[in-house]
Design a protein. Structure first.
Length: 156
């Protein structure tokens, strides 16, 4: 069961989108130097279609994208909720997933996402804005994942 600790409307996580970022708990990845260790606990409110509807009723008109931050303990549930957002809004809202896993779970349908970030946080390599990062950020087109990580890195 997915749970979320909090959420925010953000502008940088998905370039070009106004994103409702939902921070999911029970993260199994245990990255050293984790930015939010409290997300490793199984805490927060249940995230299902009903609670997502409540968030969309509140913020759906002001955003262009919903991004699931984490949820790697239940990848199929994340994928199904992303599909639900697409179906409910006729794909007016895009969907993203910030996963800490190195690869997309085999049983997840990629077409339910428009954006996917993959990779655990490795302190000495840095996050998406670091040129040495191991993490990758993809735009999904026609079920293909296009690596657009460079867009996060400042030109020198
Ligand atoms: S994936 Fe994110 S939340 Fe999970 S341990 Fe790594 S940095 Fe922390």
């Amino acid at each position: 069961m997915l749970r979320y600790v909090n959420y925010d409307v953000v502008f940088q996580e998905i370039p070009g989108e106004i994103t409702l970022a939902i921070n999911l708990s029970n993260c199994p990845n245990r990255c050293k130097g984790c930015h939010s260790p409290y997300l490793m606990e199984n805490v927060g409110m249940i995230l299902n279609r009903n609670s997502l509807d409540e968030l969309l009723d509140k913020y759906g008109g002001a955003i262009t994208c919903v991004c699931f931050m984490g949820g790697d303990a239940s990848p199929k549930e994340v994928e199904e909720l992303a599909g639900y957002v697409h179906d409910k809004t006729g794909r007016r809202l895009k969907t993203g997933w910030y996963s800490g896993k190195p690869a997309l779970s085999q049983d997840c349908l990629i077409e339910h996402f428009d954006y996917i970030k993959l990779g655990p946080y490795i302190e000495h390599l840095g996050g998406l804005d670091s040129v040495t990062t191991n993490q990758r950020f993809y735009r999904v087109y026609n079920r293909a994942m296009i690596d657009v990580t460079e867009g996060f890195q400042k030109k020198k």
